[in-house]
Design a binder for this molecule. Structure first.
Ligand code: F6P
Length: 363
């Protein structure tokens, strides 16, 4: 850890992207986001204990507009983000996992030049088992001349993100941020209630022997993904000549955090469970911010068919296939997808007979 304690506020004040009049709006916005994350961390830390000032019941669940399970804490985290960020005057609008439509900054708050997209509490389906959850966010420019942004104004590819990050609420609360020049991690000091720079210039190793995927979807996977996972499971006796370790937390923030700390491969690939869906995770407020962080840390992020951040969104809650992490493994998966399209992959993985092999039944 660096000897001088640099707070997130110091860091933002010193960053050239937040400098001068032009950068001061971004600095203020990110200051509001980190304030929201501190409040969400506190709200989450109460667990099932009732908080008199917040009607949080982490056991209460409902269903959101898109059919996802929704916890009481999801709604609390959403309200905290909105109220912390809308008053500052830097935002023209927001998109949240918890809102069906874009949220317009309410009068009399001034409107600004940025758009904020976020998942207020990612991984909340695990909240009752005390698995780390987190807030994922991404900052975009509001198109020139737009005061009341419509859904179309948010449909920008990940390459246009100005900043992205997440807060992770585990036994330690951290905020991990990129402004497009490296990735930096800040740990919340409970004594001062400020984020301290503890992990500057995070770098993901290019090689890894660790992967994370929800294996219960195996029967729905496409052949390139089945090929990849099966080869990993074959270990030293298979084509990879190496034993692999598997991790699955079912909380994307926790998986990406692990990858930023020590490398690895995470994927929620496209599958045939619901052929209408391109993937499970949301492009604007889950996949894109994580892809920007991972790329900025030297890793790669792909759908298997293209660079994730180059996908042009068609709707604000669009889902997408996600493959991200250590560069060599993401590139291998891209190659397996390309070989499958070309018909140059292993025959076993492109015939219907492939169905007789599975992770747990090797013919
Ligand atoms: O999108 C929310 C999320 O909780 C992610 O954090 C996680 O990767 C994924 O869903 C897990 O989904 P499932 O349990 O359906 O595999």
């Amino acid at each position: 850890m660096p000897s001088r304690r640099t707070t997130l506020s110091d860091f933002l004040a010193e960053d050239p992207r937040c400098a001068g009049e032009a950068g001061s709006d971004l600095r203020s916005l990110l200051t509001d986001v980190q304030a929201a994350c501190r409040l969400i961390a506190t709200a989450a830390s109460y667990g099932v204990l009732a908080r008199p000032d917040l009607s949080v019941d982490t056991r209460a669940t409902g269903i959101n507009f898109d059919g996802d399970r929704q916890h009481s804490l999801d709604m609390v985290a959403n309200a905290i983000m909105v109220s912390a960020c809308e008053a500052g005057g830097q935002l023209a609008g927001m998109v949240s996992e918890e809102f069906d439509e874009p949220y317009h900054v309410a009068d009399p708050h001034p409107r600004g030049r940025y758009l904020l997209v976020f998942d207020p509490l990612d991984g909340s389906s695990n909240i009752e088992v005390n698995v780390p959850v987190g807030t994922i966010f991404s900052v975009l420019h509001c198109p020139e001349g737009i005061e009341q942004p419509a859904a179309a104004d948010f449909l920008q590819p990940g390459t246009r993100q100005v900043a992205a990050g997440y807060a992770i609420y585990g036994h330690v609360t951290m905020l991990v941020l990129t402004l497009g020049a490296g990735v930096h991690g800040f740990t919340l000091d409970p004594d001062t209630d400020s984020f301290i720079l503890t992990h500057p210039d995070i770098a993901i190793p290019a090689a890894t022997r660790e992967f994370a995927v929800n294996v219960s979807n195996e029967r729905f996977w496409e052949p390139p993904v089945r090929r990849y996972v099966e080869e990993c499971l074959e270990g030293v006796t298979g084509p990879r000549n190496a034993d692999f370790n598997m991790r699955w937390i079912a909380s994307m923030v926790a998986e990406v955090h692990r990858i930023l700390m020590r490398g690895g491969l995470f994927m929620y690939p496209r599958d045939l469970k619901d052929p209408k869906r391109q993937g499970r995770l949301r492009l604007l407020y889950e996949a894109n911010p994580m892809a920007m962080l991972v790329e900025q840390a030297g890793g790669a992020a792909s759908t298997g068919r293209q660079r994730l951040m180059e996908v042009v969104p068609s709707s604000i809650h669009q889902r997408v296939a996600v493959i991200l992490g250590s560069r060599e493994e993401v590139e291998r998966l891209d190659r397996y997808h390309a070989e499958h399209v070309d018909g140059t992959d292993n025959m076993l993985f492109k015939t219907p007979l492939f169905q007789i092999r599975s992770l747990f039944r090797t013919a």
